[in-house]
Design a protein around this ligand. Structure first.
Ligand SMILES: Cc1ncc(COP(=O)(O)O)c(C=O)c1O
Length: 323
């Protein structure tokens, strides 16, 4: 993916992708964007928070947006392979079944088994491997089995599809002061930030949030190039082994900074969201965790958009989260 330049991400490209996502036969929805008005919110600053509920999205996360645009741009009867901890895999499997294409998902063996079972139920093959072997297995599938690789975060069409989320939030809050987005490989953050900045919100500050144990984008900022690490976090969707190249370039252009949250802070956010009536998985809760733990600078009196990026969590996993 290294050769794809951030210059290719233009407002025209994002508008076209938005139309593709909106009219996709996969049924992507414009998710609710609502003021977070819970009186129980443990926040000691005065600010207006709007939450965008991608946990209510088809397949339970924002990933279907990018997948809708990726499939729209490719031969549907192909044989595709991807690597995913769960949410991309679920959207990929849903789209593959819908379009009748064959597919395989290479998963880190740390991902919940329930996610593999779900993906298999859509008729796809799953191979579980150590995180450090993910790319080797994908390369083998491409070289030996002639499969086409669809990247779960470092792909122009995917990022352009995710940007539809940014366009939607601007319809509700046209000039937010701050936007807070969870970051794994950086596809979501790059898409949202590109949409917001290319739409003319020059003053808006966009922050990415990563787990402390999986801070590849944070380290990439320091080293000024996309880097990898041995990742470990309860938020498996935010813990791919390396930051995406195109996401990194776009984040450098459009994102103010990356902040870190601990697994404990993520768990607390899941629990607070649950108490507010929202079922949100750890990977979907990191942006909330960053706001509640004062990790984002200068929020007093500001209009903030917080993306709640996914809700795929089972009862068992949820009951293991401490209050
Ligand atoms: C719920 C959720 N939020 C955020 C992310 C991070 O997305 P990205 O890898 O595009 O940064 C993921 C990735 O799987 C996810 O599942």
């Amino acid at each position: 993916m290294g050769e794809v330049s951030a210059d290719l991400v233009t407002l025209d490209l994002l508008r076209e992708a938005r139309e593709t996502v909106r009219s996709s036969p996969l049924g992507v929805i414009n998710t609710p964007t609502i003021p977070w008005c819970q009186t129980t919110l443990p926040l000691n600053i005065n600010c207006d928070i709007i939450i965008k509920l991608e946990n209510m999205q088809r397949t339970g996360s924002f990933k279907i947006r990018g997948v809708a645009n990726q499939f729209a741009k490719r031969q549907k009867d192909g044989h595709f392979v991807t690597m995913s901890a769960g949410n991309y895999g679920k959207s990929f499997a849903y789209a593959s079944k819908h379009f009748g294409s064959k597919g395989k998902v290479v998963m880190p063996e740390t991902a919940p088994v329930s996610r593999s079972v779900l993906i298999q139920s859509f008729g796809l093959e799953v191979e579980r491997v150590p995180t450090s072997c993910l790319m080797n297995v994908v390369n083998r599938c491409v070289q030996e089995d002639n499969m086409t690789f669809l990247h779960s975060y470092d792909d122009l069409d995917l990022i352009a599809g995710h940007a539809s989320l940014g366009m939607e939030l601007l319809e509700v809050m046209p000039m937010p002061d701050v936007v807070v987005v969870c970051c794994g490989g950086g596809g979501l953050l790059a898409g949202v930030a590109s949409a917001v900045k290319l739409s003319g919100c020059d003053e808006t500050k966009i922050y990415g949030v990563e787990p402390e144990g999986a801070c590849t984008m944070y380290k990439s900022y320091i080293e000024k190039k996309p880097v990898g690490m041995d990742t470990k976090s309860i938020a498996s969707g935010l813990a791919p082994p390396f930051a995406g190249t195109l996401p990194f370039e776009l984040c450098q252009r459009y994102v103010e900074g990356i902040v870190l949250v601990s697994d404990q802070e993520i768990q607390k956010a899941v629990s607070i969201l649950y108490a507010s009536g929202l079922v949100v998985e750890p990977s979907g809760s990191a942006a909330v965790a960053a706001i509640l733990n004062n990790k984002i600078p200068d929020l007093e009196g500001k209009n903030i958009v917080c993306i709640i990026s996914g809700g795929n969590i089972g009862k068992d996993e949820l009951s293991n989260i401490p209050d």
